[in-house]
Design a binder for this molecule. Structure first.
Ligand code: P53
Length: 478
C-alpha cells in the first residue's frame, strides 16, 4: 500500500522562470522575456497591452532570473541530494530555434540541454520535459501572429522532431503544452496572442487552441514513431470547481466551468471535440477552421497520461448568488468560506487535490501525473541565511497525504509528483521573486538584486525524508 515503488518524486521548473541567460548561446527573444513586473504585467500577459520588445522604464525578471543557465550543475546536484527521481523542466524554444522558422537548429542550444540531461542521468534523475512552457519566439509573433496562425503547427512539429531525435535515450517523458487551458485566461503568455481593437478575441483564442491541440497530437504521433518508449502527456491547470451552494443554478455553473477546462483534455485524451464544446462554440458564433486531416490526427494520437497543476480549488456560482470574488490568480474564482488562503489569496485545499484526482481519473481512465503543486510564500532567512518554512511543509505534507488517500482509498493510478519551483524562481503570475515555492532559497529580490547564492531551507531536509521513505514519513521534524 502507499506509493508504488517506482513513484517519481521530484520538482518542477520552467525555462523562462529560472534559466535567465536570455541572450546567451545564440538564444532568440521570446514572449516570456518581454513580460515586465508591475501594474502593466497583467495587461501584457492577457494580450491587451502590446509589448514585443524591451521598454526602458520596465523591469523584466526573466532576462536573468535565477541564472540556472550557468548554475544548472550545482542545482541538479542539490536536487539529487534530496533524492529526486525526476526533474521537470522546460525547453526554451528560442535556444533551439532562435527565430522559430529557421531551417536548422542552433547547436549551442541543443548542446545546453544535452549537457543538462546528462547531468540528470549522472544521478539517475529522469527528466520530464515540457516542450513549451508558455514560450513562443517573438519572431513568430511578429511575423505570423503566434498560435493564431496555422503555420505554427509546422514550426512546433519541427522543434519536436529535432528534440525527440537529439534526446532519444536521455528523455522519455514529455508534456506538449504547459497548462494548455491558460490560453483562454492569459493568451499572450500562453500562446503569443495579441489583439487589435475590435477583434473577436474568443474566436482567435479557440482557433489558436485548435492549432495547439493539433500540434499536440502531432507531437504525440512523432514521439511514438521516433521511440516507442516515449510517454507523452497533456498538461492542465486543474482544480475542480465546487458549487457555491446546493442551488441547482450554482451546480450547473460549476459544471459549465469545469467543462471550460476539461474541453482541452477531452480533445487530447479522448481524441475529439466533445459535443458540449461543439454546441458552446456554435452558440458563441465561433467557427473553427480545420483541415480534413485534423480530426483523424486528434483521434489517432491521444496522450499516454494526464498531467496537471493543482494549487487551489475553485468555486462557481450563478449570477443569482450574492458572492465575494477572490483575486490574485489568473483564474476567476469565488471566496470559499471553509478555506484559508495563501498570502496571494490562493485558497488552500488538500482534499480538493484528492477530489480533482478522482474527477480526472473518472473521466479519462489514464494514469495521472501531478507536475505542479506548492505554496507561494514570503520567506525570511535568519541571520545564518536559514529559512524555517514550516508553513510550506504543512501545505506540502497535507497535499501529499491527499495524494496517498487517492491512491490507497480510491485506487487512482499516479505516476509521480513534482512540486512547483523546487528551487525559488520568478513567479509567472506576478513576476516577483518574493513569492517563493522552493526547498532551496535563492538570494535574489524583486528588483533583480542579490548574490544568487543557493541555500537549503528546512523543507529541503523534510522533502529528502519524504522521498527516502517513499512518502511514508510526512512528519515535520523540529
Ligand atoms: P505563480 C495561475 C493559476 C494557475 C496556474 O504561479 C498558474 C497561474 C499563473 O499565475 O501557472 C502555473 O508563479 C504555471 C507556472 C507558475 C505556477 O503556476 O504565479 O505553470 O509557470 O509559476 C505558479 O505563483
Amino acid at each position: 500500500m502507499g506509493f508504488p515503488d517506482n513513484f517519481l518524486w521530484g520538482g518542477a521548473t520552467a525555462a523562462n522562470q529560472c534559466e535567465g541567460g536570455y541572450d546567451k548561446g545564440g538564444r532568440g527573444l521570446a514572449n516570456v522575456d518581454v513580460i515586465p513586473t508591475g501594474p502593466d504585467r497583467r495587461a501584457v500577459i492577457t494580450g491587451k497591452r502590446n509589448m514585443l520588445s524591451f521598454e526602458t522604464e520596465y523591469f523584466y525578471p526573466a532576462k536573468e532570473a535565477i541564472d540556472m543557465y550557468t548554475h544548472f550543475k550545482e542545482d541538479i546536484a542539490l536536487f539529487a541530494e534530496m533524492g529526486f527521481k525526476t526533474y521537470r523542466l522546460s525547453i526554451a524554444w528560442t535556444r533551439i530555434f532562435p527565430k522559430g522558422d529557421e531551417e536548422t537548429p542552433n547547436e549551442e542550444g541543443l548542446q545546453f540541454y544535452q549537457d543538462l540531461f546528462q547531468e540528470c542521468q549522472k544521478y539517475a534523475i529522469e527528466p520530464l520535459v515540457t516542450i513549451t512552457h508558455f514560450d513562443c519566439p517573438i519572431h513568430l509573433i511578429k511575423e505570423y501572429g503566434g498560435w493564431r496562425n496555422r503555420k505554427m503547427i509546422d514550426f512546433y512539429e519541427k522543434l519536436c522532431r529535432v528534440i525527440f531525435e537529439r534526446y532519444q535515450g536521455l528523455v522519455k517523458y514529455w508534456l506538449t503544452f504547459n497548462e494548455i487551458n491558460m490560453i483562454l485566461h492569459a493568451p499572450f503568455l500562453g500562446a503569443g496572442l495579441t489583439f487589435e481593437a475590435g477583434e473577436n478575441e474568443e474566436q482567435i483564442k479557440y482557433q489558436a487552441a485548435h492549432h495547439e491541440l493539433v500540434a499536440s497530437a502531432l507531437a504525440t504521433k512523432i514521439a511514438h514513431e521516433i521511440d516507442p518508449d516515449n510517454q507523452v502527456g497533456c498538461m492542465l491547470a486543474a482544480a475542480s470547481y465546487y458549487s457555491y451552494s446546493c442551488n441547482p443554478k450554482d451546480v450547473w455553473e460549476s459544471k459549465q466551468s469545469d467543462r471550460g477546462n476539461y474541453f482541452f483534455i477531452d480533445v487530447q485524451s479522448r481524441g475529439a471535440y466533445p459535443t458540449y464544446a461543439l454546441k458552446m462554440l456554435a452558440k458563441k458564433g465561433i467557427t473553427i477552421e480545420q483541415s480534413k486531416e485534423d480530426k483523424a490526427l486528434l483521434k489517432a494520437h491521444t496522450v499516454d497520461f494526464i498531467s496537471f497543476s493543482y494549487y487551489a480549488s475553485r468555486v462557481a456560482a450563478s449570477e443569482d448568488s450574492d458572492v465575494q470574488k477572490t483575486e490574485g490568480n489568473l483564474f476567476p474564482t469565488i471566496k470559499n468560506p471553509y478555506l484559508e488562503a495563501s498570502e496571494w489569496g490562493w485558497q488552500i485545499d488538500p482534499l480538493g487535490l484528492r477530489i480533482t484526482m478522482n474527477d480526472l481519473y473518472d473521466r479519462y481512465q489514464k494514469p495521472l501525473f501531478i507536475v505542479e503543486n506548492g505554496l507561494g510564500a514570503v520567506d525570511s532567512p535568519d541571520e545564518n541565511g536559514f529559512v524555517e518554512d514550516d508553513y510550506r511543509i504543512a501545505y506540502l505534507s497535507a497535499h501529499i497525504k491527499a495524494m496517498k488517500d487517492a491512491i490507497d482509498e480510491d485506487g487512482v493510478p499516479l505516476l509521480g509528483y513534482t512540486s512547483w519551483g523546487c528551487i525559488d524562481l520568478v513567479s509567472a503570475g506576478t513576476g516577483e521573486m518574493k513569492k517563493r515555492y522552493g526547498y532551496i532559497y535563492v538570494d535574489l529580490d524583486n528588483e533583480g538584486h542579490g548574490t544568487l547564492k543557493r541555500s537549503k531551507k528546512k523543507s529541503f531536509y523534510w522533502y529528502k525524508q519524504v522521498i527516502a521513505t517513499n512518502g511514508e514519513d510526512l512528519a515535520q521534524k523540529e
